[in-house]
Design a protein around this ligand. Structure first.
Ligand code: GDP
Ligand code: MG
Length: 181
């Protein structure tokens, strides 16, 4: 039988998007370095200079749409209790280590976070936050930690929004990259 339009059966092709996958992201660092402020920027593009300190771990859900039509869900955990860090580390897919560019203490204390992430094979980037403040700029020292751990460092400001999209891009690229391996 010849193939022409009138004889062709109609085929409905249903394209179903693959289920959206969720990935656990942890954001860690000293108190007051700007962890919650960075999450607020990522989630709502807002900033509150009078933000209250966080007393419990909290999870925010961010859906990221890719140009391929696929979406990823990021479960972003704001880790405020040091004691819970290891529990969250076990199934985290990526970490953001936040260091305050104006605080030497936050740099010194960050080495143990970086060690634990590396030992548990959790890839991470460093957000060198508060670059809008010019009273002190310790970016060079923070970059040297990033070099030691072979991870990317992004200068950021939750206050102005500078670098926040880059942090999000790096998270997504790392997740996609680790899926391909
Ligand atoms: N200038 C400046 N202040 C910031 C920035 N990010 C956070 N802060 C301020 O730093 C303080 C601690 O921020 P918060 O997000 O609560 O830090 P967390 O304890 O690490 O979650 C708050 O007063 C924020 O307004 C920033 O990028 N620039
Ligand atoms: Mg907080």
């Amino acid at each position: 039988m010849g193939c022409n339009d009138s004889q062709m059966e109609e085929h409905n092709i249903i394209i179903t998007n693959p289920p959206t996958k969720s990935y656990k992201i942890i954001i860690i660092g000293n108190k007051a370095v700007g962890k919650t402020s960075i999450i607020n920027r990522i989630m709502w593009n807002t900033y509150d200079s009078k933000i209250q300190p966080s007393y419990s771990n909290a999870c925010s859900y961010k859906r990221v749409s890719l140009s391929t039509g696929e979406s990823l869900n990021l479960d972003i955990w704001d880790i405020t209790k040091d004691a819970d860090f290891k529990i969250h580390l076990s199934n985290a897919k990526f970490g953001i280590l936040v260091i305050d560019t104006t605080s030497e203490e936050s740099i010194t204390n960050s080495v143990h976070w970086a060690d634990e992430l590396a030992q548990n094979q959790v890839k991470f980037c460093i957000a060198a936050n508060k670059v809008d403040k010019f009273n002190k700029n310790l970016v060079k020292e923070i970059r040297s930690i990033a070099n030691d751990y072979k991870c990317l460092m992004i200068e950021s400001s939750a206050k102005t929004g500078y670098g926040i999209n880059t942090i999000l891009d790096i998270i997504v690229l790392n997740l996609l990259n680790s899926r391909l391996l």
